[in-house]
Write a protein that binds this ligand. Sequence first.
Ligand code: FUB
Length: 328
Amino acid sequence: MSNQSKQNEALVTHIYTADPSAHVFEGKIYIYPSHDLEHDGESFDDGSQYAMEDYHVFSMENESAPVVDHGEVLHVKDIPWASQQMWAPDAAYKNGKYYLVYPAKDHDGIFRIGIATSDNPAGPFKPEENYIPGSYSIDPAVLIDDDNKAYCYIGGLWGGQLEQWQTGSHNPEGKEPAPDQPAYGPRIAEFSEDMLTFKEDPKEISIVDSDGNPILAGDEDRRFFEGAWVHKYEGRYYLSYSTGTTHKIVYAVGDNPYGPFEFKGTILNPVIGWTTHHSIVQFNDKWYLFYHDASLSNGINHQRSIKFTEITYDESGNIQTIEPYENK
Ligand code: FUB
C-alpha cells in the first residue's frame, strides 16, 4: 500500500481546516480539525481573524484512502455557554463513548473548555450545557494513558489568554513574563471518570533544558506558545507544541504526564502561514504528524489546510526534524 500520494498535500480542499487532532478509532484515522471560514478581514495578535463557528470530522480508511467529510458535527449556536471562536479541538474515546473537547469564548469573552459526546467517532456531538468548571485558555489535547486515566492539556499565549491565568483566578491584565524569567508552561488536569469535569485545578507544566533549568520566556525558539500534544513512545511521554512567534513545532520528553519535560528539539520547521499546530498518531507501524499550513490559500493566515507527513525516531528516541516542503 503506497502512502506517498497524500503526504504533505492539503487533505481537504472544499473548506479550510486547521489544527488537526488525529486519532485511530475503529481501525481508521479520524481527524478533528477546526474550520476556518473565508473572509477578507485583517489579522490581529489576539487571533480574532479566526472566524470559526463549527466543527467537521474527517476520516480515512488508511493513509492513501480518500478523505471522507462527515459534515458539521457541532455548531456554536447549539452550545448554551459559548459565544464564538470554536478553536482547536481534540477527541477521545473512553467508557464506550467519544468525547469532543473544544475551546470557545463564553459570553464574557473568556476562553473555556467544553465537552460534547457521541456514540460515534464521526459525530454528531451533543454539547454539555456548561463548560468544564475551572477550565480556561485554548487548545485542549487529551491523553488517555495506559492505566486508562485521562488528562487534558491546555494553554495558549496571546489570543489564547494563558497570561490571564497566572494568579489562580482570571486577571484580564495578565502579561507574558520578562524575557529572563521562566516561560509560562501549558497546564494539565486529570479528567474525572465521566470525562465531564476535572478532578483537580489545572497545574502548570515545567519545560526545562538539558541542565534542568526552566526554558525562559525570551527563548522564543524553545518556549511554549500554544498547541500542546502528548503522545507516548517506548514508555516515555512526548510533549510537543508550537513556539508561536518562531513558528516551529518542537518537543520535550518526560517520564510522567505532569512532567517536567526536557526540551529535545524541533519536529517541524516553519510552514507557510503564521500559526503551526499539529498532532502525532501511530497508525499500524508508522508514526504520523498531522499539521496545517496556508499554502492552499496562498498564504492567507486565517485560511489554512490540514496535511500529514511521516515522522521517524532515531535509536535514542529522538524525532527527526522535518523540512515541510522538501517533498514538493
Ligand atoms: O485555530 C485557531 C488557533 O490558531 C488555534 O487554537 C491555535 O493553536 C492556532 O492554530
